[in-house]
Design a binder for this molecule. Structure first.
Ligand code: 13P
Ligand code: SF4
Length: 321
């Protein structure tokens, strides 16, 4: 469905106000909490109770006493919330908003990959399916990956998936080998240092800040590398006044809100890969948010034995981070 009230990417104030009023009313009636990722549209972030990175959102889903969780993000996020809360109603505005990185790791192939390295500890990025989580020993996010890998005894082999860029980044940081699944996020893979360099050169004094899902050739030039919440915190605290931001540009909305006096430039993309936005995150519109609350659907449910198996490594992550 096209986003009503959105013209050339700008939502009309009247339509937005009406939708927000209806969402707020339903939220009270349903005792619902709305969780949203920093990559979602500004109007979604505005209506959310909590906007966060993957770890903060998983924690919020774990600790909420709301009856209903409405998750504006991508499928693995709603699925994680449902795994943590089997007795709550977990809704998503669009359950077709998947994460191509998570989908790049099919279960059968991952099992075969694991079988080649018996005895290895399997650490999976939260951007993975419930089936892959169930195949894992520990889950991690971009904000705790380093901390979790650090806790694995040095004599143990580690399989890390599905994001090879986050895996390489942690390997380099900790000077420790890991066996990497070769998945990547198309949004972050699109950034190229030679293209970004032009923006850095054109903005004297600018700092390059990057998400660890970016390629190594970008990360090695970054002044700061962090999860979405890490990037936000750094940009707020840094004395620099201009930042080239190498991650999904939805984050600029919160960055600018926290530091209105600073300038944030979205990192330009590689000409060969004409995307730097996450299409899937943008599938969450106000219309669909309202609709899912009105219809109490689509609901995210994970089959019980799979849920139990996927819950174990998520709980380990929450304990270890
Ligand atoms: P974080 O918000 O945890 O850094 O993750 C980024 C991301 O790509 C979410 O899909
Ligand atoms: Fe997945 Fe990349 Fe979108 Fe994050 S930004 S949800 S990793 S496709």
């Amino acid at each position: 469905m096209a986003a009503a009230g959105r013209k050339n990417g700008i939502a009309s104030d009247v339509r937005v106000k009406e939708l927000v009023q209806r969402i707020e009313k339903l939220k009270k009636e349903m005792r619902a909490i709305i969780l949203a990722h920093y990559y979602t549209l500004p109007e979604i972030q505005d209506v959310a109770d909590i906007v966060g990175d993957s770890l903060a959102l998983a924690r919020a889903a774990e600790s909420t006493d709301a009856d209903v969780i409405v998750f504006a993000g991508v499928y693995f996020m709603g699925e994680t919330a449902s795994i943590l809360n089997p007795d709550k109603l977990v809704l998503m505005p669009d359950n077709h908003a998947g994460c191509p990185l998570a989908d790049s790791c099919p279960t059968q192939e991952f099992r075969a990959f694991k079988a080649k390295h018996p005895g290895a500890v399997v650490i999976s990025y939260i951007n993975s399916t419930a089936e892959i989580k169930a195949e894992s020993d520990i889950i991690c996010t971009s904000s705790n990956a380093e901390r979790i890998v650090r806790q694995i005894p040095p004599d143990k082999d580690i399989i890390f998936g599905p994001d090879r860029n986050l895996g390489s980044y942690v390997m380099k940081k900790l000077e420790r080998e890991m066996i990497l699944w070769q998945g990547y996020c198309y949004v972050h893979e699109a950034f190229d240092w030679q293209v970004i360099k032009k923006a850095v050169d054109a903005n004297p004094g600018a700092e390059l800040i990057a998400h660890p899902e970016c390629r190594e050739q970008v990360l090695e030039h970054a002044d700061f590398i962090g999860s979405t919440s890490g990037l936000l915190k750094y940009a707020e605290q840094s004395s620099a006044s201009i930042f080239i931001v190498a991650t999904e540009p939805g984050i600029l909305y919160e960055m600018q809100k926290r530091s209105p006096e600073k300038t944030f430039v979205p990192a330009p993309k590689d000409a060969l890969h004409p995307w730097s936005t996450c299409t899937q995150m943008k599938q969450n519109t106000l219309e669909k948010l309202l609709e899912c609350m009105e219809n109490r659907a689509p609901r995210i449910v994970v089959e019980e034995s799979l849920r139990q198996a996927a819950l174990r490594p998520i709980r380990r992550m929450l304990e270890m981070s």
